[in-house]
Write a protein that binds this ligand. Structure first.
Ligand code: GLN
Length: 447
């Protein structure tokens, strides 16, 4: 803990941490020392973790990096965090992110931007930018993020660490401040596959507080990392041939596929005609869900309340106008629009149908193949301000990560070399639902 506290202090300008729990982390460490001496310490004894600012932790503030949750303190702890604490992990602090998880660059945070430790003039990715940089810059051993459309995998790719999004419903969402409830997943950042697997196997599993959490048994992923099969791998023509893809990312992705072939694995190109529909589907459905989820922030129950109101209605209006940031407001407006009576069928219902097509296509493909491989992102980390004036350009950053989110299947981003500027490149591996063990084993083989 002292080691990490020192690193956090020297790297404070990266702005990864919103708050450091110095006293409680040191106290927890002392307690675990005793447990270790007594031989009754948990499986994660002494593992130092950071948590994204959208995960509630009893007695601590959580803001979702939004002014509207200023001063909000949760009365309970996220199930996933509680399970790690029960195994004697140490929570060292909460990590910066895009407001309510909405963004791809961590530029939409009420706590300010996070710097990429490889090149401080570049973004760390988002929305879990603080979580990614915390592992990248050695400020904690592992960190928790959330991934709705790529928010763990994309910042992992931008910072050269490992980022895993499990199957939707594998990890309980209890305690996670909702963005889009049918997409949201808690995920893990780490430096090694083994650390990632150890944390995931403890967080995963049914939770009585989240009725959507799966009852399927959880395998001991970290003990199943040995890979000695011949894999059947698909890559999607449209991703590799995408105009948006940077040449060096293409080269490095193809190099992995070639290597797999030379090692006797089956690698086949597959056509994916739905790629163009993925982003519109994702942004229609997530903004719709977000507009509904965020209606609870009205100045009455949580966090910020405007000091300028003169009656109840102006209290609601001013609190929301002053409390939410630009991007969140844009999404609430988009979401209420696609849910409005005259447009519901044209947008929301249509997007639900396309979601089903994408999910069916992806699951069928993953019945024929063990894994899908593609780049995690079309580009490496870009400079601050490069996309911030153009929301559509920013949404395009999510081109390759949203397929797994729309389909609910697990996906991981692994480091795959660097570009000409020394910026990390990510390789994404996707697997069928609840095959986390297979995904970790193959990732272990690939790294
Ligand atoms: N960039 C995507 C979005 O803004 C993904 C965010 C996320 O996964 N939380 O919606």
């Amino acid at each position: 803990v002292q080691y990490y506290l020192k690193n956090i202090e020297t790297k404070a300008h990266l702005n990864a941490f919103v708050e450091v729990y110095e006293q409680s982390a040191l106290a927890q460490a002392d307690l675990i020392d005793q447990k270790l001496a007594n031989g009754n310490a948990g499986k994660l004894a002494g593992m130092v973790i950071g948590i994204k600012d959208v995960l509630c932790y009893s007695g601590h503030e959580s803001n979702a990096s939004s002014k509207i949750l200023n001063g909000f303190e949760s009365q309970f702890t996220t199930t996933a965090i509680q399970r790690l604490l029960d195994q004697d992990a140490i929570v060292i602090g909460r990590l910066n992110c895009d407001e309510f998880g909405m963004g791809s660059s961590n530029e939409n945070s009420a706590h300010g931007k996070v710097l990429n430790a490889t090149d401080e003039s570049r973004v760390p990715g988002g929305s879990s930018g603080g979580s990614a940089v915390a592992v990248q810059a050695n400020l904690c051993t592992i960190s928790l993020g959330t991934d709705t459309g790529g928010s763990v995998r994309q910042p992992a790719a931008f910072t050269g660490v490992i980022g895993m999004k499990p199957t939707y419903s594998r990890v309980s969402r209890w305690g996670l401040i909702a963005y889009a409830s049918s997409f949201d997943c808690i995920g893990v950042f780490s430096r090694t596959v083994k650390d990632n697997a150890m944390v995931m196997e403890i967080m995963a599993g049914h939770d009585e507080y989240d009725s959507t959490s799966s009852r399927k048994p959880v395998l001991p992923y970290s003990q199943l990392l040995h890979f000695d099969k011949k894999a059947k791998v698909a890559f999607l023509k449209e991703t590799i041939e995408s105009q948006a893809l940077q040449p060096k990312i293409k080269t490095n992705t193809l190099a992995v596929l070639d290597k797999l072939k030379s090692e006797g694995h089956t690698v086949e190109e597959v056509e994916f005609p739905l790629l163009d529909f993925i982003l519109p589907t994702y942004y229609i459905l997530t903004t719709a869900e977000a507009s509904s989820n965020l209606s609870r922030f009205d100045g009455v129950k949580y966090g910020y309340r405007t000091p300028n109101a003169h009656n109840l209605e102006s209290m609601y209006k001013l609190t929301r106008s002053e409390g939410f940031g630009e991007e969140v407001k844009r999404r609430i407006m988009l979401g209420t629009f696609v849910l409005s009576a005259s447009y519901y069928d044209a947008y929301f219902t249509k997007a639900q149908k396309v979601r089903r097509l994408i999910k069916d296509f992806t699951e069928n493909l993953l019945n024929d193949f063990d894994y899908i491989i593609m780049p995690t992102t079309p580009s490496t980390a870009f400079k601050f301000g490069e996309h911030s004036g153009d929301p559509v350009a920013m949404y395009l950053e999510d081109l390759f990560t949203v397929q797994a989110s729309v389909s609910g299947v697990p996906a991981i981003s692994l480091p795959n070399g660097k570009d000409e500027n020394g910026m990390p490149i990510g390789l994404q591996v996707i697997c069928n639902s609840f095959k986390e063990a297979e995904l970790y084993a193959f990732s272990n083989y690939l790294t």
